[in-house]
Design a protein around this ligand. Sequence first.
Ligand SMILES: C=CC1=C(C)c2cc3[nH]c(cc4nc(cc5[nH]c(cc1n2)c(C)c5CCC(=O)O)C(CCC(=O)O)=C4C)c(C)c3C=C
Ligand SMILES: [Fe+2]
Ligand SMILES: [Fe+2]
Length: 352
Amino acid sequence: MPDANATHSDHQPANHPKVARGKTGVLLANLGTPDAYTYWPMRRYLSQFLSDKRVIDYPSWKWQPILQGIILSKRPFSSGKAYESIWNHDIGESPLLTITKNQTAKIADTMNEAFGDQIMVDFCMRYGNPSTESKVRAMVAAGCERVLFFPLYPQYGGATTATANDEFFRAMMKEKWQPAVRTVPAYYDDAGYIEALAQSIEQAYGALEAKPEILVVSYHGMPVRYLEEGDPYHCHCQKNTRLLKERMGWDDTQIITTFQSQFGPEEWLQPYTVEEVARLAREDGKKRIAVIAPAFSADCIETLEEINEEIKESFEDAGGEEFTYIPCLNDDDAHILALSNIIKNNLKGWLG
Ligand SMILES: C=CC1=C(C)c2cc3[nH]c(cc4nc(cc5[nH]c(cc1n2)c(C)c5CCC(=O)O)C(CCC(=O)O)=C4C)c(C)c3C=C
Ligand SMILES: [Fe+2]
Ligand SMILES: [Fe+2]
């Protein structure tokens, strides 16, 4: 068992800096969120996000003038308004940040219970703050000789898991004494995760007087071209819904998969949630639907504003009557248990 307070002392020359050692770090990662909903913080965040080639892969000479000149002159205002409507004004931060902090604290408790103080749990963001680089630096400085990096995206996507990993490895490139590293793969088929989703549906349905006629499982979309070029995100989403359907004991009339949040002129994964909920009301005569969003491990602008305001309105305008949004798993006990078990499995051979 490594000594958490040990320093690098064997044959250490006098001019060698003191180096903390003996710890294992678990670094959770989510997408990121603006520091504030006003113009410049919104612009800074969107610029970093939408300049990522894993998200938008057009050549810079073509894309940057459109992004910097056109999109970023308008979108910070419209997106800023949307963020303002969901902002946690009392503590001055976005819901995604608050929920990620809560998840981290609960997972840290579970890990410290299992492994004591030789384990350290923290979180970082791919875009904005706290940056991945700052948290890698802090873990190395605290003595982490091993770091398990966990992108909190159930389905693998180039624009999610891969870009989070890219940023993590970029941060590692700057470390003089690089720790051993592992990354946690997508977990859309993890039994504990599916169970947590199922329990959240049962709880939401149990609180309703009349059960929804259909559950719409809405994932964040991406351009169809990314799927054609080999990104498995779409397949992970489809399989996630199938596993959930099997766990619930439902058939295809009770649950469907849709994709939301289209951005830009290309065709994105279909059916689009905003259109499908209107079609369900108008053509299929559905009066009561529920929507769940398993691509998001924490509620954010895409769920609280897009689903629970825009998509809800689309359903109601088309004649729908009862729209139930089932919140993300956030810091639910079943979610924390599932994530903690995934972490423990991925730590095997290092700890436990
Ligand atoms: C969970 C999976 C996600 C995928 C896949 C994804 C791809 C993707 N996103 C955009 C553009 C935007 N996304 C925005 C917000 C946003 N996206 C995700 C997750 C995925 N994105 C999350 C969790 C969030 C919310 C962050 C928060 O602070 O709450 C936004 C910003 C919001 C807005 O201005 O509307 C944009 C823009 C593209 C182009 C893309 C391509 C693969
Ligand atoms: Fe997105
Ligand atoms: Fe959106």
